[in-house]
Write a protein that binds this ligand. Structure first.
Ligand code: AP5
Ligand code: MG
Length: 220
Protein backbone atom coordinates (compact mmCIF):
# COMPACT_ATOMS: atom_id res chain seq x y z
CA UNK A 1 0.00 0.00 0.00
CA UNK A 2 1.33 3.45 -0.92
CA UNK A 3 -0.23 6.22 1.16
CA UNK A 4 0.45 9.91 1.45
CA UNK A 5 -0.37 12.16 4.37
CA UNK A 6 -0.96 15.56 2.83
CA UNK A 7 -1.55 18.82 4.70
CA UNK A 8 -0.06 22.11 5.85
CA UNK A 9 2.81 22.44 8.33
CA UNK A 10 1.43 21.58 11.76
CA UNK A 11 -1.58 19.63 10.47
CA UNK A 12 -0.42 16.46 12.25
CA UNK A 13 1.20 14.46 9.43
CA UNK A 14 4.12 13.35 11.61
CA UNK A 15 1.90 12.74 14.65
CA UNK A 16 -0.46 10.47 12.72
CA UNK A 17 2.36 8.80 10.78
CA UNK A 18 4.11 7.62 13.93
CA UNK A 19 0.95 5.68 14.90
CA UNK A 20 0.14 4.43 11.39
CA UNK A 21 3.55 2.89 10.70
CA UNK A 22 3.10 0.63 13.73
CA UNK A 23 -0.48 -0.15 12.83
CA UNK A 24 0.13 -0.84 9.13
CA UNK A 25 3.65 -2.29 9.35
CA UNK A 26 4.99 -0.10 6.54
CA UNK A 27 7.76 2.50 6.89
CA UNK A 28 7.22 6.25 6.97
CA UNK A 29 9.10 8.25 4.37
CA UNK A 30 9.24 11.86 5.56
CA UNK A 31 11.35 14.04 3.29
CA UNK A 32 11.55 16.59 6.12
CA UNK A 33 13.11 13.94 8.38
CA UNK A 34 15.43 12.72 5.62
CA UNK A 35 16.61 16.25 4.87
CA UNK A 36 17.11 17.05 8.57
CA UNK A 37 19.20 13.85 8.89
CA UNK A 38 21.33 14.97 5.91
CA UNK A 39 21.77 18.39 7.53
CA UNK A 40 22.75 16.80 10.87
CA UNK A 41 25.39 14.69 9.05
CA UNK A 42 26.75 17.92 7.60
CA UNK A 43 26.98 16.52 4.06
CA UNK A 44 27.23 18.96 1.14
CA UNK A 45 23.64 18.13 0.21
CA UNK A 46 22.58 18.52 3.85
CA UNK A 47 24.15 21.96 4.17
CA UNK A 48 22.43 23.09 1.00
CA UNK A 49 19.07 21.71 2.18
CA UNK A 50 19.42 23.35 5.60
CA UNK A 51 19.87 26.80 4.08
CA UNK A 52 16.40 26.49 2.50
CA UNK A 53 14.75 24.75 5.45
CA UNK A 54 15.89 27.34 7.98
CA UNK A 55 14.19 30.03 5.89
CA UNK A 56 11.04 27.92 5.56
CA UNK A 57 11.42 27.60 1.78
CA UNK A 58 11.13 24.37 -0.17
CA UNK A 59 14.39 22.58 -0.88
CA UNK A 60 14.99 22.45 -4.68
CA UNK A 61 13.28 19.52 -6.41
CA UNK A 62 16.48 17.86 -7.66
CA UNK A 63 17.87 17.59 -4.10
CA UNK A 64 14.59 16.38 -2.57
CA UNK A 65 13.89 13.87 -5.33
CA UNK A 66 17.42 12.45 -4.99
CA UNK A 67 16.97 11.95 -1.23
CA UNK A 68 13.49 10.48 -1.75
CA UNK A 69 14.52 8.08 -4.52
CA UNK A 70 17.43 6.81 -2.41
CA UNK A 71 15.01 6.00 0.42
CA UNK A 72 12.43 4.43 -1.88
CA UNK A 73 15.04 1.97 -3.15
CA UNK A 74 15.54 0.42 0.33
CA UNK A 75 14.22 -3.14 0.78
CA UNK A 76 11.82 -2.29 3.63
CA UNK A 77 9.57 -0.48 1.14
CA UNK A 78 8.62 -3.79 -0.54
CA UNK A 79 5.26 -3.94 1.30
CA UNK A 80 4.48 -0.26 0.82
CA UNK A 81 5.21 3.11 2.37
CA UNK A 82 3.57 5.99 4.17
CA UNK A 83 4.72 9.26 2.60
CA UNK A 84 4.79 12.40 4.75
CA UNK A 85 5.67 15.73 3.14
CA UNK A 86 6.25 14.36 -0.37
CA UNK A 87 5.30 15.27 -3.04
CA UNK A 88 5.13 19.02 -2.48
CA UNK A 89 5.40 20.37 -6.03
CA UNK A 90 3.94 19.41 -9.41
CA UNK A 91 7.35 18.19 -10.57
CA UNK A 92 7.76 15.99 -7.48
CA UNK A 93 4.31 14.48 -8.11
CA UNK A 94 5.32 13.66 -11.69
CA UNK A 95 8.61 12.11 -10.47
CA UNK A 96 6.70 10.05 -7.94
CA UNK A 97 4.23 8.75 -10.54
CA UNK A 98 7.19 7.66 -12.64
CA UNK A 99 9.03 6.02 -9.73
CA UNK A 100 5.90 4.12 -8.63
CA UNK A 101 5.17 3.09 -12.20
CA UNK A 102 8.72 1.67 -12.40
CA UNK A 103 7.93 -0.42 -9.31
CA UNK A 104 4.62 -1.61 -10.75
CA UNK A 105 2.71 0.41 -8.15
CA UNK A 106 0.45 3.42 -7.93
CA UNK A 107 -0.68 5.86 -5.28
CA UNK A 108 -3.46 4.15 -3.31
CA UNK A 109 -4.64 6.99 -1.09
CA UNK A 110 -3.80 10.61 -0.37
CA UNK A 111 -5.23 11.61 3.01
CA UNK A 112 -5.63 15.37 3.12
CA UNK A 113 -5.60 16.54 6.76
CA UNK A 114 -7.37 19.92 6.90
CA UNK A 115 -6.68 22.33 9.76
CA UNK A 116 -7.62 26.05 9.82
CA UNK A 117 -4.53 28.21 9.24
CA UNK A 118 -5.09 30.10 12.52
CA UNK A 119 -4.48 26.92 14.56
CA UNK A 120 -1.30 25.85 12.75
CA UNK A 121 1.11 28.44 14.16
CA UNK A 122 0.14 27.75 17.77
CA UNK A 123 0.65 24.02 17.19
CA UNK A 124 4.07 24.51 15.62
CA UNK A 125 5.35 27.05 18.17
CA UNK A 126 6.48 25.04 21.16
CA UNK A 127 6.53 21.72 19.31
CA UNK A 128 9.14 19.28 20.58
CA UNK A 129 10.68 16.70 18.25
CA UNK A 130 12.68 13.54 18.92
CA UNK A 131 15.90 13.84 16.89
CA UNK A 132 16.22 10.03 16.87
CA UNK A 133 12.78 8.73 15.78
CA UNK A 134 11.11 11.96 14.59
CA UNK A 135 8.10 11.64 16.92
CA UNK A 136 6.55 15.01 17.79
CA UNK A 137 5.15 16.35 21.05
CA UNK A 138 3.76 19.59 22.37
CA UNK A 139 4.15 20.76 25.99
CA UNK A 140 0.41 21.53 26.24
CA UNK A 141 -1.34 19.77 23.34
CA UNK A 142 0.58 16.47 23.34
CA UNK A 143 3.05 16.31 26.25
CA UNK A 144 5.58 13.46 26.62
CA UNK A 145 5.20 11.20 29.67
CA UNK A 146 8.54 12.38 31.08
CA UNK A 147 9.59 16.02 30.79
CA UNK A 148 11.31 16.64 27.41
CA UNK A 149 12.14 12.95 26.84
CA UNK A 150 10.80 10.83 23.97
CA UNK A 151 8.21 8.23 25.15
CA UNK A 152 9.54 5.74 22.63
CA UNK A 153 13.34 5.88 23.08
CA UNK A 154 13.98 8.36 25.97
CA UNK A 155 16.03 10.65 23.71
CA UNK A 156 16.06 14.32 24.87
CA UNK A 157 13.56 16.27 22.75
CA UNK A 158 14.62 19.31 20.74
CA UNK A 159 12.94 22.29 19.09
CA UNK A 160 13.24 22.39 15.30
CA UNK A 161 15.22 25.29 13.80
CA UNK A 162 12.32 26.20 11.48
CA UNK A 163 9.64 26.31 14.21
CA UNK A 164 9.93 30.01 15.09
CA UNK A 165 6.51 31.66 14.63
CA UNK A 166 7.75 33.88 11.77
CA UNK A 167 9.31 30.98 9.85
CA UNK A 168 6.23 28.82 10.51
CA UNK A 169 4.02 31.52 8.96
CA UNK A 170 6.30 31.63 5.93
CA UNK A 171 6.14 27.81 5.60
CA UNK A 172 2.34 27.98 5.65
CA UNK A 173 2.43 30.60 2.85
CA UNK A 174 4.78 28.41 0.80
CA UNK A 175 2.42 25.46 1.33
CA UNK A 176 -0.59 27.45 0.13
CA UNK A 177 1.27 28.73 -2.96
CA UNK A 178 3.25 25.68 -4.05
CA UNK A 179 1.94 22.53 -2.39
CA UNK A 180 -1.84 22.82 -2.04
CA UNK A 181 -2.25 22.89 -5.87
CA UNK A 182 -0.64 19.39 -6.01
CA UNK A 183 -3.83 18.00 -4.49
CA UNK A 184 -5.57 18.56 -7.85
CA UNK A 185 -3.16 16.06 -9.46
CA UNK A 186 -4.43 13.37 -7.07
CA UNK A 187 -8.07 14.45 -7.25
CA UNK A 188 -7.87 13.66 -10.97
CA UNK A 189 -6.61 10.17 -10.02
CA UNK A 190 -9.60 9.81 -7.64
CA UNK A 191 -7.45 8.92 -4.62
CA UNK A 192 -7.95 11.91 -2.29
CA UNK A 193 -9.78 11.51 1.03
CA UNK A 194 -10.29 14.67 3.10
CA UNK A 195 -10.36 14.49 6.89
CA UNK A 196 -10.65 17.18 9.51
CA UNK A 197 -7.42 17.52 11.52
CA UNK A 198 -9.19 19.40 14.32
CA UNK A 199 -9.96 17.88 17.70
CA UNK A 200 -8.05 15.28 19.72
CA UNK A 201 -5.16 13.38 18.17
CA UNK A 202 -7.16 10.13 18.72
CA UNK A 203 -10.20 11.57 16.90
CA UNK A 204 -8.04 12.52 13.94
CA UNK A 205 -6.47 9.04 14.03
CA UNK A 206 -9.93 7.44 13.75
CA UNK A 207 -10.79 9.65 10.78
CA UNK A 208 -7.50 8.82 9.03
CA UNK A 209 -8.04 5.08 9.60
CA UNK A 210 -11.52 5.33 8.13
CA UNK A 211 -10.14 7.24 5.14
CA UNK A 212 -7.77 4.38 4.34
CA UNK A 213 -10.40 1.72 4.87
CA UNK A 214 -9.28 0.56 8.31
CA UNK A 215 -11.12 1.01 11.54
CA UNK A 216 -10.26 0.67 15.22
CA UNK A 217 -12.58 -2.36 15.43
CA UNK A 218 -10.20 -4.31 13.19
CA UNK A 219 -7.42 -3.80 15.72
CA UNK A 220 -6.31 -6.99 17.45
P1 AP5 B 1 8.50 18.87 7.15
O1 AP5 B 1 9.36 18.28 8.17
O2 AP5 B 1 7.72 17.98 6.25
O3 AP5 B 1 7.54 19.89 7.86
P2 AP5 B 1 6.07 20.44 7.48
O4 AP5 B 1 5.37 19.92 6.30
O5 AP5 B 1 6.25 21.90 7.53
O6 AP5 B 1 5.16 19.85 8.55
P3 AP5 B 1 5.48 19.76 10.06
O7 AP5 B 1 6.41 18.63 10.31
O8 AP5 B 1 5.81 21.12 10.58
O9 AP5 B 1 4.01 19.43 10.60
P4 AP5 B 1 3.23 18.06 10.71
O10 AP5 B 1 2.06 18.11 9.78
O11 AP5 B 1 4.14 16.89 10.61
O12 AP5 B 1 2.65 18.22 12.17
P5 AP5 B 1 3.04 17.47 13.54
O13 AP5 B 1 2.49 16.08 13.53
O14 AP5 B 1 4.47 17.64 13.85
O15 AP5 B 1 9.36 19.84 6.22
C1 AP5 B 1 10.26 20.76 6.77
C2 AP5 B 1 11.03 21.46 5.67
O16 AP5 B 1 11.78 20.51 4.90
C3 AP5 B 1 10.20 22.21 4.63
O17 AP5 B 1 9.86 23.52 5.07
C4 AP5 B 1 11.15 22.21 3.43
O18 AP5 B 1 12.16 23.19 3.58
C5 AP5 B 1 11.82 20.85 3.52
N1 AP5 B 1 11.09 19.81 2.77
C6 AP5 B 1 10.51 18.69 3.27
N2 AP5 B 1 9.93 17.96 2.31
C7 AP5 B 1 10.16 18.65 1.15
C8 AP5 B 1 9.78 18.43 -0.20
N3 AP5 B 1 9.05 17.36 -0.55
N4 AP5 B 1 10.19 19.34 -1.13
C9 AP5 B 1 10.93 20.42 -0.78
N5 AP5 B 1 11.29 20.71 0.47
C10 AP5 B 1 10.90 19.82 1.44
O19 AP5 B 1 2.14 18.31 14.56
C11 AP5 B 1 2.46 19.67 14.84
C12 AP5 B 1 2.25 19.95 16.34
O20 AP5 B 1 0.86 19.88 16.63
C13 AP5 B 1 2.94 18.94 17.26
O21 AP5 B 1 3.44 19.64 18.37
C14 AP5 B 1 1.84 17.97 17.66
O22 AP5 B 1 2.07 17.44 18.95
C15 AP5 B 1 0.60 18.88 17.62
N6 AP5 B 1 -0.60 18.18 17.19
C16 AP5 B 1 -0.74 17.25 16.21
N7 AP5 B 1 -2.03 16.85 16.07
C17 AP5 B 1 -2.75 17.60 16.96
C18 AP5 B 1 -4.14 17.67 17.29
N8 AP5 B 1 -5.07 16.93 16.68
N9 AP5 B 1 -4.50 18.55 18.24
C19 AP5 B 1 -3.58 19.32 18.88
N10 AP5 B 1 -2.25 19.28 18.62
C20 AP5 B 1 -1.84 18.44 17.66
MG1 MG C 1 6.23 16.60 10.26
Amino acid sequence: MILTLFGPPGSGKGTQASYLVERLGIPQISTGELLRAEAASNTKLGRLAKSYMDRGDLVPDDVTVEVFRRRLSKPDVAEGALLDGFPRTADQAAELDQALHGLGRRMDRVVYIKVPTAELVSRISGRLTCPKCGRTYHPVLAPPKLDRLCDRDSTPLIERDDDKAETARHRIGVYLDQTLPVLEHYRKQGVVAEVSGEGDIEDVRRRVLEAIGRSDREQR
